[in-house]
Design a protein around this ligand. Sequence first.
Ligand SMILES: Cc1cc2nc3c(=O)[nH]c(=O)nc-3n(C[C@H](O)[C@H](O)[C@H](O)COP(=O)(O)OP(=O)(O)OC[C@H]3O[C@@H](n4cnc5c(N)ncnc54)[C@H](O)[C@@H]3O)c2cc1C
Ligand code: SF4
Ligand code: SF4
Length: 421
Amino acid sequence: MAMTNDNKSVCVIGGGISGMTTAIEAAEIGYEVYLIEQSPSLGGRVAQLNQYFPKLCPPQCGIEINYKRIRINPKVRYFTLAEVERVSGEPGNFTVTLRLNPKYVNEKCTACNKCVEVCPVERSSSFNYGMSQTKAIYLPHEMAFPMKYVIDGTVCQKDQCAKCVAACPYGAIDLSMQPKKLDINVNSVVLATGWSPYDAAKIDNLKYGIYKNIIRNVEMERLAAPNGPTHGKIVRPSDNKEIKKIAFVQCAGSRDENHLAYCSSICCLASMKQATYVRSQYPDADIYIFYIDIRATGRFEDFFTKVQADNKITFIKGKVAKVLEDSQTNDITVVAEDILSGKKIYTTVDMAVLATGMVPNGLTAAMPSDIVYDEFGFAVSDLQTPGIYATGCAKKPADVAGCIQDATGTALRAIQTRVGV
Ligand SMILES: Cc1cc2nc3c(=O)[nH]c(=O)nc-3n(C[C@H](O)[C@H](O)[C@H](O)COP(=O)(O)OP(=O)(O)OC[C@H]3O[C@@H](n4cnc5c(N)ncnc54)[C@H](O)[C@@H]3O)c2cc1C
Ligand code: SF4
Ligand code: SF4
């Protein structure tokens, strides 16, 4: 199957906040846009946050408006559960080859949930970073766009079961769906593939995945979220105990030659934001933030000042050397040298949160070989690859507002691409 245009067209790869913004801006100027997302829903990592700094509004605030602009604009064609197999060609005339993976659920789905009630198979929820389960047929999340259920073909028992097919009142399930290929022809390509959390299990001294009460910042977002695994109650994983003391470990693997040599720029703010989540649920909890330097510049300084004013939030300047676990209570002791006092300190807490950094999601194999990545895997968007532009966290770690600004500029560059430009 192939789709061709008069070449006033852009292909945006990645349907997070950056990709959605580029797509909408280009479409609202009159360009045909193909928005390609590998997961079953648009929204990216922002949909997994509980609130955004600095205003602490829920992700619905920013994402719903983008969903609406996509829904009402026929110039944006979006494909979810879609993979890019190859990008070839030249500025003004690229061919993007897609593999559209089967969802096994068609457009008739009304999101009534009757299929979930009968499905016997469970799978780990990637939306909740494995902290909960879904059925093999599931809604990607409460805010999903499109608001359609999808079947995880890797675990579904298909025709040996088919209970969901019988239960669906709308004939929306088709277990025989197959992957499809699609070639699209576009003027320019935008890489908005975003980021993934650093694999904290690689940081030997911080014992992620070994001690139950050590979690990552991304998991804290899900724990605090009303649609998360604990329905928004922040409790520690080992025993669901309420929190009296909690530590945030900054630069967990970041600014470290052995892991991520760069600063992800948002992790300090993310931990301060998460400290406010803890405070709103536990007015008396002691909160410790172990840091090397706090990165909260420009308009974010006010947020830092506000968090510092809480006299039960203690900032300790010192890199965490190790963590210990009490085998009886599963409490965690964080060991660090307090640079300001020069003393080695041992702080025992119910739970510790690792502020792990952002790793770029590459698309190296599918892209033309002349696309340039920096030493850390972020795409370099410059004149070396005319017609292919990177945006948002595919280019560098950034907050949502920074990504939106960048993505708007990227849309302007993308629509100006002509043959040979
Ligand atoms: C713990 C934490 C808390 C944060 N809190 C805040 C906050 O409070 N405020 C704030 O402003 N920022 C916050 N951020 C930063 C925020 O998450 C990013 O700014 C935002 O996610 C960047 O959006 P993006 O679209 O560039 O990338 P992403 O959100 O990663 O979206 C990329 C999309 O591309 C898709 N994709 C990837 N590869 C492919 C492929 N090959 N083909 C098709 N699709 C693909 C992905 O599935 C995803 O949907 C936080 C970050 C962390 C780590
Ligand atoms: S697939 Fe059918 S049963 Fe399941 S939510 Fe959609 S309409 Fe309801
Ligand atoms: S066919 Fe698959 S999705 Fe449907 S009920 Fe059975 S296991 Fe679940």
